[in-house]
Design a protein around this ligand. Sequence first.
Ligand code: PGA
Length: 260
Amino acid sequence: MEVIVCPTYEEISVAAARVVAETLNEKPDAVLGLATGSTPLGLYKELIRMHKEEGLDFSHVTTFNLDEYVGLSHNHPQSYYYFMWENLFKHINVPVENIHVPSGTANDYRAYCEWYEDRIDECDGIDLQVLGIGSDGHIAFNEPSSSLASRTRLKTLTEQTIDDNARFFDKREDVPIYSITMGVGTILDAERLILLANGEGKADAVAAAVEGPVSSMITASALQLHPDSLFFVDEAAAGKLKMRDYYDWIQKNKPGSPGA
Ligand code: PGA
């Protein structure tokens, strides 16, 4: 695991966007795993800028989103499909047929989740998966007690997640209580993981994920089991990391860095 602490949210967004751009430069038909929420907005803004100003090309890219609320259709303003369309897809040149966001309105969820997993396999897996982290330590909607071997499935949200996400809805009662989400096992199958976290509200979750025991109670801690995961964390979200100096020391002494 690599922990990269940057002073501001803008800097973690730009640093993470560089990793996405490097992936696309190496593999123009890369499969990207994408996340929703407030955290990746800065990353998406930077990718849009790179597309418009530097010609970053998404024309051969395939995307898979982590999760969706059950009951919300693609055109519902709070659906994750709508979020992705408004905040990324409509601004770049990814072919619409290459976009996958789990459906919140499937008739048979079990079959649908199996199809989603199969579709990822047919595309030879995810090359780079973008992640946020919930204040309860979740990745995607893998709430505490989710199996670390879980696959795409229906998941009941915790009250904490419903509270956290109520800000996007007119009222708390409007937040769906079920989601369809990639599992922790699905996420761990990606070649490379980048997790972004900003703000004081994420400091406990980040510390637990990076320095705590691997536990289904903090599903982000499963990243400790992955051979290539990067955490991009701003100062506030890094506030509870005990080994912070060491992480900075590693970055300073990386081959090619000014401190090396
Ligand atoms: P946020 O959500 O980016 O809106 O804080 C993160 C998450 O719940 O994974």
